[in-house]
Design a protein around this ligand. Structure first.
Ligand code: ADP
Ligand code: ADP
Length: 217
């Protein structure tokens, strides 16, 4: 299955991507994670992306698209993938459509996680990520048993720089202006399915998997 997850920052895309990708047995491709890994490793890509990420803006399309093209060409993505955080604007969506078409394939479904702005702000302000395994926690909604430590691997948890309130506000504006138009783009193609992404994480996963079943997942 070839699937895209879409929704505002903090909707729970990364959280759900972990479970949905495992359920479908496809690789999870999170562009934000790939950028953060490159920033951490100080690569040329990371250096180019960092200033945009820090201010909450999108990394320019030529950088992002080249990176995703390379990733989709890897063997493990040949029979399916879950994209989290890409596409994030209409030009990226158009390029993805063309790239897949050239490879003789196409998306099967775009899953929209629907949550309101207030919930998104609550989620982002308490988000913590494991520096070692990347698992996503929340200080109130999904806390690790020991503060600051990942239950899965014992790694150190950190708060993302771009989860500061002023950057979050800007990221929500960027979402509304640039990413939200994808909803209509995919609805027109009959690929969009939206689910209520509020409530416990497990309930959202269940809703997601049920919705994907209707698309052959
Ligand atoms: P969130 O899930 O909280 O919205 P991500 O981890 O997906 O955040 O992305 C973090 C940052 O990485 C974005 O604010 C942006 O700067 C950059 N980024 C990630 N994916 C893309 C993309 N498809 N296009 C441009 N920039 C991106
Ligand atoms: P995104 O990738 O869309 O930016 P994340 O998956 O990183 O979102 O989730 C943002 C924050 O919200 C994280 O701290 C995560 O633990 C928390 N979270 C995710 N799903 C839920 C949920 N259903 N209820 C409460 N908090 C959630």
């Amino acid at each position: 299955m070839r699937l895209v997850l879409v929704g505002p920052p903090g909707a729970g895309k990364g959280t759900q991507a972990q479970f949905i990708a495992a359920h479908l047995a496809v690789p999870k491709i999170s562009t934000g994670d790939i950028f953060r890994e490159n920033v951490g490793a100080g690569t040329e890509l990371g250096v180019a992306a960092k200033k945009y990420m820090d201010s909450g803006d999108l990394v320019p399309d030529e950088i992002t698209i080249a990176m995703v093209r390379d990733r989709l060409a890897e063997d493990d993505a040949a029979d399916g993938f879950l994209l989290d955080g890409f596409p994030r604007n209409v030009p990226q969506a158009e390029t993805l459509e063309k790239t897949l078409h050239d490879m003789g394939s196409a998306l099967d479904v775009v899953l929209e996680l629907v949550v309101d702005d207030e919930e998104v702000i609550r989620r982002l302000s308490g988000r913590r990520t494991c520096r070692n395994c990347g698992h996503i926690w929340h200080v109130d909604f999904d806390p690790p048993s020991q503060e600051g430590r990942c239950d899965h691997c014992g790694g150190e948890l950190f708060q993302r720089d771009d989860d500061r309130p002023e950057t979050v506000r800007h990221r929500l504006e960027v979402y509304a202006a640039q990413t939200a138009p994808l909803i209509a783009f995919y609805a027109e193609r009959g690929l969009l399915v939206g689910i209520d992404a509020t409530g416990p994480v497990d309930d959202v996963t269940e809703r997601a998997i049920e919705a994907l079943h209707r698309y052959g997942g």
